[in-house]
Design a binder for this molecule. Structure first.
Ligand code: SAH
Ligand code: SF4
Length: 398
């Protein structure tokens, strides 16, 4: 494992992160990470655990893995020694492999992970005062081709498994040293307190795995992140939006980014399939919509493209009646990007119009820009480091 650092000295990576084997042969033991409780129980029974014991064993193993962060069956001391051996022969507790970790001057940490098949994916931890947000990837690359997003210039390689999604949360907790220590007083301040599905990929195109992963992450006897601290961001996969409320129950963010179909078609091409009116219809029908669970409209600020006062007024008219907050994202540039960030005064004037219409309109502070960890930049640094400049220029259409 190599490590790249910027001025802030990173906390040491725990030995655990370096030494635990993280990949399994295809015909090897079954990885338990990412199985829902029901699937874990089924796996234990299929391996020979008597059915009448399976419920209790599931609860015990679950707590070891997700509450205590244990990776070794031998350490599961409330299980009989023979049973621990039985588990170790058939199962494993494996996370994605950390290839590099970069730490930004602002404390943001970006991890490059290697998953089965040798694919690479990134996850970003953003520390804030009294909390911290983990930005998780759901796919390697993305099948969609939003013209302002660098992930969108890469071909999708594959969906992440539920285990690879949950694994991102677990390995960041490893790195931050956030697992509870037996006997120590409970620390209520959580380093990973919030989770956003805003990394690489379109989470609603990997629905089942994302749902199962979030069930594991939300479980009160394990990682225990409340559904209200999880936000799923979608570019607008209309048929899956209601399912997200019903089957996951987390908060929703929508990458809106434009106020006319002509502009949105260009920025977020999925708009050609489900246009603004269809998307807004699905949001108005969103099963969990309420003032306490408002939808976040993400709006990337692109100089001269979607950032006029007229756009701001149109946006307010379009979303009338939807409990919403508008998150303005200053465009994060990447090599060859065909857009520029709107200047600060323009973003503030835009925010003001929305705010006066009664909506919260926070301007997102770009985090981790020096390590290419900001929204829409993921994977690009890796690609840049490894591909010849000519290939990158061609990909960016230069
Ligand atoms: N695929 C999902 C989630 C990942 S993208 C989606 O599109 O919603 C997370 C957010 O970052 C989205 O709102 C996306 O539009 C935004 N984004 C992508 N590229 C960006 C860039 N270069 N600068 C700023 N925001 C960007
Ligand atoms: Fe995919 Fe989201 Fe990027 Fe669009 S913005 S290409 S949906 S990751």
């Amino acid at each position: 494992m190599t490590e790249t650092t910027t001025p802030i000295t990173p906390a040491p990576i725990t030995p655990d992160l370096l030494t635990v084997p993280r990949r399994l042969p295809a015909d090897g033991p079954v990885n338990l990470v990412g199985l829902t409780r029901a699937a874990l129980r089924d796996a234990l029974i299929a391996a020979g655990t008597p059915e009448r014991q399976a419920g209790m064993r599931t609860g015990q193993i679950w707590q070891w893995i997700y509450h205590w962060g244990v990776r070794d069956f031998a350490a599961m001391t409330n299980l009989a020694r023979d049973y621990r051996g039985f588990l170790a022969e058939r199962f494993a507790i494996v996370l994605p492999e950390v290839v590099t970790r970069q730490v930004s001057a602002d404390g943001t940490r970006k991890y490059l992970l290697r998953i089965a098949g040798g694919h690479e994916v990134e996850t970003v931890y953003i520390p804030e005062e009294n909390r911290g947000t983990l930005c998780v990837s759901s796919q390697v690359g993305c099948t969609l081709t939003c013209s302002f997003c660098h992930t969108g210039t890469q071909k999708l390689v594959r969906n992440l498994t539920a285990g690879e999604i949950v694994g991102q949360v677990m390995l960041v907790r490893d790195d931050l040293g956030e697992w509870p220590v037996p006997g120590a007083p409970k620390d209520e301040t959580r380093l990973v307190s919030n989770l956003v599905l805003m990394g690489m990929g379109e989470p609603l195109y990997n629905f089942d795995n994302v749902r199962d992963a979030m069930k594991v992450v939300m479980d009160g006897e394990g990682l225990s992140l409340s559904r209200r601290r999880i936000t799923l961001s979608t570019s607008g996969v209309v048929p899956e939006i209601a399912r997200a409320a019903e089957e996951i129950g987390c908060l929703l963010a929508v990458s809106f980014h434009a106020t006319t179909d002509a502009v949105r078609d260009r920025l977020v091409p999925i708009n050609k399939r489900w246009n603004i009116a269809t998307l807004l219809g699905a949001l108005r029908d969103y099963p969990r919509l309420s003032n306490s669970e408002r939808i976040t409209f993400e709006y990337v600020m692109l100089d001269g493209v979607n950032d006029s006062d007229e756009d701001a007024r149109r946006l307010v008219r379009l979303i009338a009646g939807i409990p919403a907050k508008i998150n303005l994202i200053p465009f994060n540039e990447w090599p060859g990007a065909p857009y520029r960030r709107s200047d600060r005064a323009r973003i503030e004037a835009f925010a003001e119009i929305i705010f006066k219409a009664g909506y919260a309109s926070p301007i997102r502070t770009p985090r981790g820009e020096d390590i290419m960890a900001a929204c829409g930049q993921l994977k690009s640094a890796t690609e840049r480091a490894r591909k010849p400049a000519r290939a990158i220029a061609a990909e960016a259409g230069l």
